[in-house]
Ligand binder design. Structure first.
Ligand code: ZN
Length: 150
């Protein structure tokens, strides 16, 4: 049977705020051609703050958030949001690499893909480190708001 994930009132409010944060950042990162949907189901792995599943064939992605995501500092949360969204840029590369699986033994594939995945995570984290504290994202948001108000 499919498990239902019911959120408390407080968590539901945080869930809505997180959706806003993800959508605003998606637009600031010029990913507004992507439709984001949000699941109440937490990500796999107890140390995972958030996860994103990017569709291989459509401009869609599903986001999940854990308790840690809601309770961490706003700066850390922003880092997680940017990190997850940056996965969208690299998702197609990931799908391309996955096609190699049938050309290798299981052991070789396992070593190769573990390394590949670790390096993707490292690169995304480094980019998120750079982007998170930058004010240019807010500046861009302000400019867009000014244009809308004119
Ligand atoms: Zn990641």
């Amino acid at each position: 049977m499919k498990k239902k994930y019911k959120l408390s009132k407080k968590r539901e409010k945080q869930f809505q705020a997180a959706r806003e944060e993800f959508r605003n950042m998606r637009d600031l990162l010029l990913l507004n051609h992507y439709t984001l949907t949000f699941s109440h189901k937490p990500p796999k792995g107890k140390d995972t703050a958030a996860s994103i599943h990017v569709s291989e064939t459509r401009n869609r992605a599903v986001v999940r958030m854990s308790d840690h995501f809601y309770t961490c500092s706003p700066e850390d949360r922003r880092h997680y949001v940017i990190h997850e969204l940056l996965h969208i840029f690299l998702a197609q590369m990931d799908y391309g690499v996955a096609d190699l699986q049938n050309t290798m033994t299981f052991a070789t594939w396992n070593i190769f893909y573990t390394n590949f995945h670790r390096n993707i995570e490292k690169a995304i984290d480094a980019l998120a480190d750079v982007l998170t504290p930058l004010s240019f994202l807010e500046e861009r948001a302000r400019k867009e708001q000014n244009i809308e108000q004119k």
